[in-house]
Design a protein around this ligand. Structure first.
Ligand code: NDP
Length: 294
């Protein structure tokens, strides 16, 4: 058996096109241009690549993009002052602080300083708490993308057994909540979980968000299961060539799974597309407009 490959690139492009349509409508009908401010601290090359791509795709979707680059040794107060300004700025509807921040800064205090209405990363405790309580919230982009990819295979997730491997605030925990909202039955595993392979083998839906290259093997997977690979790991081959792999052994697992996301080209492109969705939703809510149709 060979799994169907879930084309995250295509699905993300379609989603961005729908966001662009809705953003165009907001501008025409209400004079509203959704605006996203991205704050980058330091010069981490991976973060620079993410921020550049967010900037380009925000503009392509017809939204305003504001970039703020601060030196790695910026004082906490200075960063908080910038966030306070962005909170007040009427042209800014979404604020994203690119993580990880340099160790000298208090990440929790920075996240807590963002106006929850503009918290398009969905990391502020107000949004995380609302999501956990099953209320409407701005939810983290990567888990939102995972749900959309799963729904490209299964119209309904109701009653399905799902396992989420990883319990970070960015991915695992919000994904658990979103799956519960979809009426799936969810197991969440982490580094202290026992018999991970046995837990996985029961699941119809497997989400790997660990950060360990090719950890999930084919004998962990129930035949026909849907496998969503969040991991992004850089491997350097014997000849010195670098390549990106996920947390799932794609070559092996794709022989057993019913559907699987590739790395790259699976979850990654969905994360940015969902950031644009969140910015559009935040802008509509702040302007008192109905929830956009995307
Ligand atoms: P974190 O490091 O914050 O969390 C990793 C989680 O995996 C932790 O909960 C940890 O458990 C768990 N874990 C570690 N080792 C094991 C193990 N051997 N068995 C079971 N669980 C284990 O990572 P993130 O959630 O931020 O990211 C996870 C991966 O997803 C990374 O590869 C990251 O690059 C990628 N990523 C991809 C994105 C995308 O857009 N595609 C966006 C965000 C992340 P414990 O809590 O016990 O320590």
């Amino acid at each position: 058996m060979t799994a169907r490959i879930i084309d995250g690139k295509r699905i993300a492009a379609e989603l961005r096109a729908r966001v662009a349509d809705e953003a165009g409508r907001a501008r025409r009908d209400h004079g509203l241009t959704p605006g996203l401010a991205v704050v980058l601290v330091g010069d981490d090359p991976a973060s620079q690549v993410y921020v550049r791509s967010k900037h380009r795709l925000t503009q392509e979707a017809g939204m305003a993009s504001f970039e703020h680059v601060l030196p790695a040794d910026v004082a906490q107060d200075e960063l908080l002052a910038l966030i306070a300004r962005l909170n007040r700025d009427p042209l800014v509807h979404g604020i994203l602080v690119q993580l990880p921040l340099p160790k000298s800064l208090n990440t929790e205090a920075v996240i807590n300083a963002i106006d929850p209405a503009k918290d398009v990363d969905g990391l502020h405790p107000n949004n995380a708490g609302r999501l956990a309580n099953g209320f409407a919230a701005l939810s983290p982009c990567t888990p939102l993308g995972c749900i959309i990819l799963t729904k490209s295979v299964h119209a309904s997730l109701q009653g399905m057994n799902a396992i989420v491997i990883g319990r970070s605030n960015l991915v695992g925990r919000p994904l658990l909540q979103l799956l519960l909202n979809e009426n799936a039955t969810v197991t969440i595993a982490h580094s202290r979980s026992r018999e991970l392979a046995t837990l996985c083998a029961r699941a119809d839906l497997v989400y790997a968000a660990v950060g360990k290259a090719e950890m999930v093997r084919s004998d962990w997977i129930k035949p026909g299961a849907t496998v969503i690979d969040v991991g992004i790991n850089r491997l350097v081959d014997a000849d010195g060539k670098a390549r990106l792999v996920g947390d799932v052994d794609f070559a092996e697992v794709s022989q057993v799974a019913g559907a699987i996301t590739p790395v790259p080209g699976g979850v990654g492109p969905m994360t940015v597309a969902c950031l644009l969705v969140n910015t559009l939703r935040a802008a509509s809510a702040i302007a008192g407009l109905p929830k956009p149709a995307v």
